[in-house]
Write a protein that binds this ligand. Sequence first.
Ligand code: C5P
Length: 224
Amino acid sequence: MSVVALVPAAGRGVRLGAGMPKALVPVAGESLLSRAVRGLHDSGRVRHVVVAAPADEVPAVEAEFASLRSFVHVVPGGAERTDSVRLALAEAERAVPDARVVLVHDAARAFTPPSVVRDVVRAVEEGAPAVVPVLPVADTIKQVDEAGDVETTVDRSRLRTVQTPQGFAIDVLRQAYAAAGDIATDDAGLVERIGGKVSTVPGHPHALKITTAFDLAIAEAVLA
Ligand code: C5P
């Protein structure tokens, strides 16, 4: 089954504060986006990648992947992550018409091990309509009221944090996005909304999402 990966990378990276789009921030000389795409490539399971880049950075991103021209397609992203995924999905369906499995992978999870990519693809190939990599929750979780006072302590044994790549049968993701509103931060959540089943595979601590300068410092430490 042909696998295509969408990489939304068009965010401005305001919370990171690096003065450039987050996906283009270099870590030890290589951008987060390049590292994320390399992880997909090194999994050996992804045939094409569609990157949604900041509109004014499309030529620079195309140049960055010049040596992978047949593997990486670059499109301008949109105002919200949802728009960027939508635009990348349309390009994937045009450029890879035989794709049956689609992954959605944030450029911000640049250090995701290729083994996680393989596990997600395998689960979709084995029949899961939607799959997310997850980790157990280490902290105690409390639910609070509007004043900040604790209402209850949530049973964390059944809670999971969700990473990417999230994997989908391409028809399922298409239907989920057709039914979606404007803003969604979690693609699998859109599948839940249309009544679809979402399965899980184990995630990995290195697949952390780089949002703040602190996260970037952790990633640099992991690399070192
Ligand atoms: O901002 P945040 O880290 O939640 O964004 C998650 C991913 O979505 C990032 O890789 C970011 O570049 C991408 N994104 C996008 N288009 C937007 C906003 C975010 O592709 N308009």
